[in-house]
Write a protein that binds this ligand. Sequence first.
Ligand SMILES: [Fe+2]
Ligand SMILES: [Fe+2]
Length: 403
Amino acid sequence: MYTNCTEPTGILGLASWTGGAVVAAPKRLLFVDDDPSILDMLERMIAPHAAGWQTFFCLGAEEAMTMVEQVDFDAIVSDARMPGRDGFWLLKTLQDSERTRNIPVILLTGDCEPSLKRQALEMGATDLLNKPICREDLLGRLRSALRLKASQDELAAHIISLENNVRERTQALETSHREIVWRLAKACEYRDDETGQHVMRVAFYSRAIAVGLGMSPDFVEEIFLTSPLHDIGKIAMPDRVFLKPGSLTPEEMRVMRSHCEVGARLLLERPQALALFHGDGFDREEFFGDGDENPFIKMASRIALGHHEKWDGTGYPGGLAGRAIPMESRIVALADVFDALVTERPYKPAFSLEKSLGILATEAGHHFDPEVCSAFNAKIDEIESIRRRFLETPYHVCIENAR
Ligand SMILES: [Fe+2]
Ligand SMILES: [Fe+2]
């Protein structure tokens, strides 16, 4: 007699290891009928053939859903007509949930109920069985339903595995891209800073400022990854100029200043870009405009080109002013100069934080975008902790902790 959800005893639980052989997890079957004598009959019918099956029985659709919430069933056999919530309600409720949508459902209907059968199939029933129930039909339909469920489960597991593989590969690719970019930037920096840490600090400062300005997460990520390349054009500067002690002649200064355009061209070299560099300059509107290049490379090239521009228009190479200078260039300009102020250079000692901040303050609205200066000041605690971290931490640890 079935008073509620019940489970026959002595049936295997989950997959287990016994005597050196893996025992497959049993297939879980749920039978639902408001008539206990039908459930008795169903149990007797399948008992001799139920090896590897775990059977559950209950007297109504609502009780069935309670069980479904707790157990992952491989198939459900339910009477279509039951008092209160019936087999159709059960079918619809199962279909409405992502987790239970794929459980095969076999509905038991009367022989002369064609409209009911059509409705059941339209609502997603896997199969139908006529009452009175024939044992061979029942076993045949159950086996088909279990095969269907096994295929669906296998497919779902395969999709999850593929998705995980893609995710892992994507992450590995992103990590290697980031690593290559930073190592390239570090290689350039070796010419005048053997530690290569200046470009790293600029990346961290730029990210902090971008966050302070409320830039989008994509922008923040891109400026973090591309700002280390701001001086990549220095790689092409001749030693006689780059390593010259003392002051530069106007011609040597012109050569040094060309590192901006050289860097931008290095990053964005393509037929169109080369055309833009012809003559006594290039069309900056077009250069800074939207093309179909990788946004990462575009940002890197804008930073390389624009990091010596000044807010008041007195910078180089374009003499751009105000918002005509891309935001990323304005941010890196400040980060770059701040780092130069607080660190020792061949031509100057390291200035104190106070002195450096004083210099930056006088340049707000002249060299630097006042808005960028405000964001920088609002983030000064984080900026200072970045500076200290780099003083105390080896380069590779900073890289590993970058994200
Ligand atoms: Fe530079
Ligand atoms: Fe720099």
